[in-house]
Write a protein that binds this ligand. Structure first.
Ligand code: SF4
Length: 336
């Protein structure tokens, strides 16, 4: 099966004010690679500023990359400009769901208008069909159109608002949904509801879903694969269950150990793994991005580790990926 989305060596820079020099450039994302296959759920995990939201924005054409390519359904999106880019975005084949529906949904519009709006933007669909498809999208996300149609965002609960955002995203029948921190503002019950909903949407509609989150527990139970970012770089990607069980990058191990609730998905517990050093180590500008925190760092880590295969469709950017796992992870006794 060909990937639906293939991001290759993508870098995005942004302008930063520099004293006496004017505007310089900084990296928001450096050499990122990502593949998403039809109908799968991929988690992109990383702390704030690690480049994960930049990757999402570049993928939907909201941010122009400095280099690299984004192929979607076999078509290079990085070459699209002007009208071509606008047309692509209007079609809604890739939809972005924002973290905070209160900010992303127009407070003056009713739910019916909000959900039908992307079809209006796409053009060529009459009003009756738009209304019918908006109702169908609302039902898909578990809302009764008759009850919510005339309400405005502030008249809905947080969970309902997030579902309206999702209805708005799926109304164009996208192939790929990118959800930026979809559950971080929700309480536990709404959080499970929205995650289960995403899982059902990919099963019923065959849509691929990318979930951007800052901790692994946002994926517990539903992700197929995961990509972990640290300081604008991809440090590991692979099958979620395998990565949770036997992370190949020390930073991933740190995330696994500090995730509040991974249920049965990982055999690792916080006390099992120590990857952090007690003191800050030297920062090598051209070296491994995790070197100043990594307790396994050796001289070779002053050179940037390339992403390399550590298993089937599983790669990590660590010089010692195999060695530290053999020494540390494989010596952990299974939790009984
Ligand atoms: Fe640690 Fe070196 Fe691996 Fe970086 S390359 S994560 S510093 S062992």
């Amino acid at each position: 099966v060909e990937p639906l989305l293939r991001v290759t060596d993508l870098s995005v820079t942004y302008g930063v004010p520099r004293k006496g020099v004017g505007l310089g450039t900084g990296a928001a994302l450096r050499g990122a690679n990502l593949e998403v296959y039809p109908g799968e759920i991929v988690g992109i995990i990383g702390e704030t500023g690690s480049g994960k939201t930049t990757l999402a924005r570049a993928t939907v054409g909201l941010t122009a990359p400095a280099s690299g390519s984004i192929e979607f359904e076999g078509r290079d999106l990085t070459g699209l400009r002007g009208r071509e880019l606008r047309n692509f975005r209007r079609q809604g084949r890739i939809q972005l769901v924002f973290q905070d529906p209160l900010r992303s949904l127009d407070p003056d519009l009713t739910v019916a208008r909000l959900v039908a709006e992307p079809l209006e933007v796409a053009g060529g669909i009459d009003a009756a069909t738009r209304a019918e498809r908006a109702d169908r999208a609302l039902r898909e996300v578990g809302l009764e159109p008759e009850v919510v149609r005339e309400r405005r965002p502030r008249e809905l609960s947080g969970g309902q608002r997030q579902r309206v955002s999702l209805a708005r995203a799926i109304v164009t029948e996208p192939r790929l949904l990118i959800c930026d921190e979809p559950v971080s503002a929700l309480d536990v019950s709404n959080r499970n509801l929205v995650l289960n909903l995403l899982d059902r949407l990919r099963r019923d509609l065959g849509v691929a879903v990318v979930i951007i989150a800052h901790d692994l527990s946002s994926l517990a139970g539903i992700g197929d694969r995961v990509a972990v970012f640290y300081r604008s770089r991809l440090v590991e990607q692979g099958n979620l269950r395998e990565v949770l069980t036997r992370p190949a990058h020390p930073y991933t191990a740190l995330l696994v150990a500090s995730a509040p609730s991974l249920g049965d998905e990982s055999v690792l517990r916080p006390a099992d793994i120590r990857v952090d050093r007690d003191d800050a180590g030297p920062v090598h500008s051209g070296g491994c991005v995790f070197a100043d925190r990594c307790r396994f760092a050796v001289d070779a880590c002053a050179t940037r580790p390339a992403l390399r295969e550590v298993g089937e469709r599983w790669s990590a950017a660590c010089h010692l990926a195999d060695r530290w796992r053999d020494d540390v992870i494989d010596n952990i006794r299974p939790v009984s």
